[in-house]
Design a protein. Sequence first.
Length: 164
Amino acid sequence: MSLDDLARASGVSRAALSQIETQKTNPTVGILWKVAVGLGLPFAELINEPVSTAAVLRRDAAQVLRSMDGKFESRPLAPSGASPLVELYELTLAPGCVHASDAHAFGTREQLVVLDGELQLAVGDATYALGEGDSISFLADVPHVYENRAKKPLRVHNIIIYGR
C-alpha cells in the first residue's frame, strides 16, 4: 500500500504518515487508531509483540493511553496480540469527559460493561444511557462518543471484536 493509499483510507495526511514512517515524529493514539482502521487491522497489531503460548500482563506494566487533557484513559487488560481479533480495555472517564471515537474497521463490534458510574453513549444517531452493571453491544464501524455527565469517575470494560 502506498502512502497516498493509506492517507486516503485512514484520513491521515501523507505528510504525517511520512513523518511517522521515517521516525521523525511519534503518532498520537488517535492517529494510530486511524492508521489501524485504514489498514483494516486491529489496533493491537500496530504495537504487537510476539506472544508465547501464555502471556501475562501485570497491571503496573500495562501501557496506559491517555488523552491530551488527561480526562480519558484506556488501559489494556490483556497482553498485546494475545488474541488477534479481540482486544480488552478498561476505560476511565473523568467527570465531564467526552471522548469521540472514529469509526473502526468495517464489521468491528464493541461490547461495553459499566463497572462504576454512568455512561452516555452515542452511536451514529442513537444515544444510550447505561448505569452500573449495564452492558451494550454495538457495531463500532461508525463514529461513536463516550460521555461521563456525572460528578464521579466512570469505569467501563470495553471489548473490541474485529470482523476479519
